[in-house]
Ligand binder design. Structure first.
Ligand code: NAD
Ligand code: ZN
Length: 238
């Protein structure tokens, strides 16, 4: 398959994972050694780790902020923004990524189901909304507090926490006729189930990435290749 036709009746739901940012120089999580940028993420990205040692957690996400700042959107991010510009309200993007490369490429109708590197929120869940925060924290003494007295934590969904915006995501999947999944290993739930929800609602389902994901059998098509090579020019919008 060298092209995917998008008809005037189609509504497209896109799910992206770490693979779409790989060609921007940001490492994916599940490299063959099981480490992410030298860390065992299951030991850092958890509520328990935050309770045990918030400074280590902030150092880790400060490193991610520094890496994210110098990364640039690649042709795959740009292709998604261009598809949105053609489809408008018939396009919706859900990313598992915490970087802002989709926004910087021009995507607008998107949600970050696993949070955003550029924000922080109260550790006490006191009800105040997340705040913009681009700071680099190397010492806990530098981390600001919420007016309620709680410490600010990264606005990131740790392992074991509920993903964000699930109601909106479910509604968008229910309306979609074409699901496009890019660069995600299909190992983290509920995202790995989106393809099944879309298929049982009758949608076509396409995966794009250099190797088949764990849930490959749920897709009607798997296009093997790097996102930055495959996505530009893949969609023919009627
Ligand atoms: N809380 C945290 O900080 C943390 C840490 C680790 C994972 N997670 C969560 O787990 C989620 C799932 O991980 P994931 O599936 O996004 O990442 P992953 O590392 O599990 O999978 C990356 C996928 O991208 C593919 N890929 C590699 N290069 C590519 C390219 N050039 N083009 C297209 N695809 C390419 C790989 O084949 C792989 O299937 C993450 O989004 C994240 O939210 C969270
Ligand atoms: Zn608070």
């Amino acid at each position: 398959m060298t092209s995917i036709t998008v008809t005037p009746e189609d509504r497209v739901f896109v799910l992206t994972g770490a693979g779409i940012s790989a060609e921007s120089g940001l490492p994916t999580f599940r490299a063959s050694d099981g480490l992410w940028a030298g860390h065992n993420v299951e030991e850092i990205c958890t509520p328990e780790a935050w309770q045990r040692n918030p400074e280590v957690v902030w150092k880790f996400y400060s490193d991610r902020r520094e890496a994210g700042k110098v990364a640039l959107p690649n042709p795959a991010h740009i292709a998604m923004a261009e598809l949105e510009s053609k489809l408008g309200g018939r396009f919706f993007l859900c990313t598992q990524n915490v970087d802002d490369l989709h926004e910087r490429a021009g995507s607008v109708r998107l949600v970050h189901m696993h949070g955003e590197l550029s924000k922080a929120r109260c550790e006490r869940e006191c009800g105040r909304p997340p705040v913009e925060d681009h700071a680099i924290y190397r010492s806990l003494a530098d981390v600001p507090h919420c007016p309620c007295g709680g410490r600010l934590r990264p606005h990131i969904v740790f392992f074991g926490e509920m993903p964000l915006e699930m109601e909106r995501i479910e509604a968008e999947i229910a309306k979609s006729t074409l699901m496009v999944v890019v660069g995600t290993s299909g190992s983290v739930y509920p995202a790995a189930n989106f393809v099944n929800w879309a298929r049982s609602a009758g949608a076509r389902t396409v995966y794009i990435g250099p190797e088949p994901p764990l849930n490959a059998s749920a897709f009607t098509h798997v296009v093997e290749g790097k996102a930055g090579k495959v996505l530009p020019g893949l969609f023919v919008v009627e």
